[in-house]
Design a protein around this ligand. Structure first.
Ligand code: SF4
Length: 504
């Protein structure tokens, strides 16, 4: 990895360190047409009360790597100093032993990110640290704000100077400009002025904060490491799979509209917003979160298993084998196979070692993208009626390549089943989606998509079925906007949700 180190960044005191390492390569990009999947933009972690907080944050980020692979950062504090190191690349590429040794302290926050902003990716890597009138604040944010223009413009009129184009910095600037008397009041006041999706962790020199937006779009859980010789270590993470690696016990979710503060004196909490309908991102259960995580009070594995079962009930088809599109289709395929009584087989093998080297904007390579990642198991597929299980169709081109690959390996019939409804609208809440004109389901009927991808049959899970599989009820509501176009917040750019006219 190219190393580009910055030390002594402008505006800092001796008591702080910030290092930015790495440089954006050609693969730091906006929506990647070689990759069929929607991308989560971030995962966050926070540690309070551990003598080697940086290493704990590193382990937590390692477990959250699936939520963003383009940049990562860790900030630590020891009561007086606040250090921050971030860079481009995977967590394990950035944080070697030598680098972690530069991050002393008992508190840490960390962030891993999927960038969407080209050259500014390095600038916008997190945690972001701002030296404000309320002192040094570092922030790591998962989600996306949707009233950016208004708030940013108002802050700039009030004299705010933005170092990045990241909406996360808006939160810190709001805190800095709040008229509230205490820091915790200023944070609560600021969070109540922003709209959209945010699960955030923040750190000052001597405390940690964690908060979720009032609708609870993105997950954020609190855990505890029990220490016999000192106070417990408190941990926050986007997903509970991070707790397992840290040997922390899951304690509870941070509630929508809740602000939690952790100091030497313990954990305190307040509701800074109430009365909003819950709209947790249902696509976390469909695809983003790891199946070994428990999010929004429910195991992801259980939801995906139910999606497969429901899919089999809704759109079963006579077949010889059930084949998942690995890895994300595996759990739903197991549920489908169990429900239908048709044998489950790994008829497609994924190469886990295809790195970013191959994801380059060269047409010559792009055409080979799917073949590099997946390979059919011919002796399992030959002569068989195959049900392929996947979790989404975005543009349709990748699904067509997979269907062709399975048929090319000798399958007699290829039926594609998708474990969620058709994706018809882009996400504004922290998921990188192509525009509406590139979403095949926004522009074609299911029968037209079937013909396009060359499958013998195609069916999606119904919206009612999906909600049932995620145990949705009044107290556990979900955002389903990418399947319905009904957004839970205002401030949506109307241009982006108008029906598209261009062909895929
Ligand atoms: S629009 Fe879709 S991906 Fe975005 S938050 Fe809502 S359900 Fe999740």
């Amino acid at each position: 990895m190219t190393q580009r180190l910055y030390q002594g960044v402008e505006g800092k005191t001796d008591a702080t360190t910030e290092i930015v390492t790495g440089a954006p390569g050609p693969d730091f990009r906006t929506w990647d047409s070689t990759d069929p999947k929607l991308r989560e933009e971030c995962g966050v972690i926070a540690i309070h009360g551990h003598p080697d907080a940086a290493r704990q944050a590193y382990l937590g980020l390692y477990a959250l790597q699936h939520r963003g692979q383009e940049s990562a950062g860790i900030a630590t504090a020891d009561g007086q100093h606040l250090a921050n190191i971030k860079g481009m690349g995977l967590v394990s590429e950035i944080f070697t032993d030598d680098v972690l040794a530069k991050l002393p302290g008992q508190m840490a926050i960390g962030h891993t990110r999927y960038s969407t902003t080209g050259d500014s990716a390095l600038l916008n890597a997190q945690p972001i640290r701002v030296d404000s009138t309320k002192g040094l604040i570092a922030i790591a944010h998962n989600g996306n704000l949707v009233n950016l223009g208004n708030v940013r413009a108002r802050l700039e009129r009030d004299g705010a100077y933005f170092q990045t184009t990241s909406d996360s910095e808006i939160i810190v600037q709001l805190i800095a400009h709040s008229k509230a008397g205490t820091l915790v009041d200023a944070i609560a006041d600021s969070l109540s002025h922003i709209e959209g999706a945010f699960s955030i962790v923040m750190m000052t020199r001597d405390r940690i904060f964690a908060a979720r937006d009032p609708r609870g779009f993105r997950p954020l859980s609190m855990g505890r490491m029990r220490n016999s010789d000192r106070p417990d270590t408190i941990v926050f993470a986007s997903e509970t799979c991070a707790f397992d690696l840290l040997r922390a016990e899951y304690e509870r979710d941070v509630l929508p509209g809740e602000l939690v503060m952790v100091t030497e004196d313990g954990v305190t909490s307040r509701q800074y917003a109430t009365g909003f309908p819950r709209s947790s991102c249902i696509f976390e259960h469909v695809y983003f979160a790891r199946p070994d995580s428990r999010i929004f009070g429910r195991w992801v594995q259980e939801s995906r298993d139910q999606m497969g079962r429901q899919l089999a009930r809704e759109s079963g088809v006579p077949a010889d084998i059930i084949v998942p599109v690995p890895d994300s289709g595996v759990t739903a395929a197991l549920g489908y196979a169990d429900q239908s009584g048709i044998p489950f087989r790994f008829g497609l093998i994924r190469n886990h070692y295809v790195g970013r080297t191959f994801i380059e904007p060269e047409q010559r390579v792009r055409d080979f993208g799917v073949r590099l990642k997946l390979n059919p198991v011919r002796n399992l597929l030959e002569g068989k009626r195959v049900v392929l299980i996947d979790d989404s169709i975005i543009r349709g081109t990748t699904s067509r390549k997979i269907v062709r690959m399975v048929r090319g390996a000798g399958a007699r019939e290829v039926h594609l089943r998708i474990s969620c409804p058709p994706t018809i609208s882009p996400c504004f809440y922290g998921v990188d989606t192509p525009s509406k004109r590139d979403l095949i389901a926004a522009n074609k009927s299911i029968e037209e998509i079937r013909r396009f991808i060359e499958a013998d049959s195609l069916a999606y899970l119904s919206l009612d079925g999906l909600l049932k599989c995620c145990d949705s009820d009044e107290s556990n509501g979900f955002c389903t906007a990418c399947y319905t176009g009904n957004y839970p917040t205002q401030w949506i750019d109307v241009e982006d949700i108008l029906p598209a006219t261009a062909d895929v």
